[in-house]
Structures are given as structure tokens and as C-alpha cells.
Design a protein around this ligand. Sequence first.
Ligand code: SF4
Length: 371
Amino acid sequence: MNFFQNIFQQYSWAEVQQSILSKTAADVRRALNTSRRNLEDFKALISPAAMPFLEEMANVSQQLTQKRFGKTIQMYVPLYLSNECQNICTYCGFSFDNKIKRKTLADKEILAEVAMLKAMNYDHVLLVTGEANQTVGVPYLKNVIKLIRPFFSHISMEVQPLDETDYTELIAEGLNTVLVYQETYHQEDYKLHHPKGKKSNFEYRIQTPDRLGKAGIHKMGLGVLIGLEDWRTDSFFTALHLDYLEKHYWQTKYSISFPRLRPFSGGLEPKVVMSDAELVQLICAYRIFKEEVELSISTRENEIFRNNIIKLGITAMSAGSKTNPGGYVVEPESLEQFEISDERSPETIAKMIQQQGYEPVWKDWEMFNCD
Ligand code: SF4
């Protein structure tokens, strides 16, 4: 059996880091000018040596994105269902050791939140929970998908990693996409940031995309939490993971997100700060490396950055997001998972996208069932 973990174990973090730092302008030129790019090219594109080529990278990224996706931005919105969590994660407001009021939405409350999301025009929803298997385990998730299925044509989920059979069951209910971020591929630091709970199991987490691929998920999202570790090395491992998954589960689509560590109640300071220019570099590098991968940006980023990134490779965007359970109507004052930065309404964001000559896409997918 071929698991990503076996490939991952052949790499050393320090050697990868050194290899990225040693890339030269000639390596970057080669990466920009070849039509068949490999992981060494990706390393060159994310290296410090690529920074003087940022404008050229942005032009190539824009052309490739328009060729594959046209001038479109998919719109999605998170629906936080619960802030109950049995894990300790050093960077999260919902962490078990954070003394906050815990809340899990009941059916009636979920439907009230859904009504608000529909009023905002949304057709693609991202369900989010903490990890509390007694409260928000598979039966809860199954019930929610069944409940909201009539209202959305695309249901995504960002919850605890599950077994392959669980994914199979949820896909049968109507689940389309699963986001599962590794947070960091630095194994020792991963343990420091996840000292308690099931999430402390690095191996189970890194094997999750394999389980999703085997379950036949329509789309999966990868990423790391930028700020926990050296973003360049972490991004290389994400790209390695993506490259592996595309080869093994070629019927699945893939997306990458770029969450930068945001402030929250009692929060962790980033170990490594990534500048806006570096984030643009990373987005362009992914696009140039993989023409078909979807690239998503959330309301963690500020207005100016989000306005400017539209044309540079992004294909999906959230807007009007609340990161607390019941945040839209049921309990707007409850504690957020993290503070959002761009508070503009979906309508305002849609207008901003149109003003740039792009089309906001509310409905991008409909599952065809021929039973
Ligand atoms: S990141 Fe997820 S698992 Fe960790 S504390 Fe927050 S909600 Fe729980």
C-alpha cells in the first residue's frame, strides 16, 4: 500500500529548508520558462531568490488562472456548528483549556443560520466544528448534512479527521468537499502545538487525505497554518502532498488555502511572520506549479490584500463570515475562533469582484444522482 506518510518519512525538514534557501535566480528562470514543472521548480518559486521575479510570477499566474478558470471567483461561507473541543491547540480560541462558554447548534438553530446564509445568496457552505466526538461526532454531522442538503448544492466540511468508512457514509448523505489542514509538517513542533487530545496524533492526521481519496471524495482542501513554522518548508511539504494525491486519487479535485495565524482571545504570536508580498509569491508559486488546483482566500486577510489578490491566481473567496457558532443570527456575541479581518458583506465583495471584471460564482457544482 502506498501512503503519503512513507514518502514524507524519506525527507528531512532541515535538508528541504536548506535546499529552498540555496535556489538561485537561474533556478527561478528555469521554473518560469519550462512547461513541465516539478517540485524542484516549486522550491525555486517559493525561495527568497524568486522575490525579484514577483511581477513576472504574477503575470504568469494570472494567465494560467484565466486559461483554466476564466475570470471567476467561487463564493463560499463558513457555518460554525460548535465550539466544543477536547483538543488543546495553542493557536485556537476553541482550545479545551480556554475557559469559554461552549455551544453546539441544535436543528432549529442551524436552520435559522441557514436562512440567513440563503438571504446572503450563498449556495456553497463550509461546515465547521471543534473535535468533540460525543457531541459533534459522525451521527451529528450526518444529521446536519441531511438537514441542510435541500438548501445548498455544495457542502464542504472542516471538522476532525475521520475514518474512511465515516467519510463514505457522509459522502452518501451529500458531503462534497473536506478540508483537512496539516497545520505544520514539522513533526516535533506539531507535537508542541497539539499537546492534548486526538489531534496530537500527527500520523493519523497526515494519513487523512489518503483516507479521503480512498473514500472517493469529490474535492479535498490542504494547507498549513502559516506562522507556526517556516512557511517555505511547510509549503514544500504541502506541495509534495498535493503532488502525491493528484497521482493516486486523480478523480478528486484539490484546493489549497493559506491561513495566516490571526489574533484570538489569549492568542499565540506567530513564530514566523509572512509578509503580504511573500503570500502573493506563495499563491503565484502554487498556480505556476499546478494549473488546476483551486486556491482559496478567507476573511482572515484584510480588505486591501483581498482586493489586490483577485487577479493573481485565487479562485475561491469567503465573505461576511462569522467564526462563532450561531454567529449569523442565533448567538452573535459568542466567542469567535479567530478575529476576521475583512468584515465587508458578501454583496460588497461581489461588487468589488465585478468591478475588477470578474464574475462571483455562487453556484459552481450540482451533484447528479442517477439512482
Ligand atoms: S483548531 Fe480545531 S481541534 Fe484545535 S482547538 Fe481549535 S477547534 Fe479544536
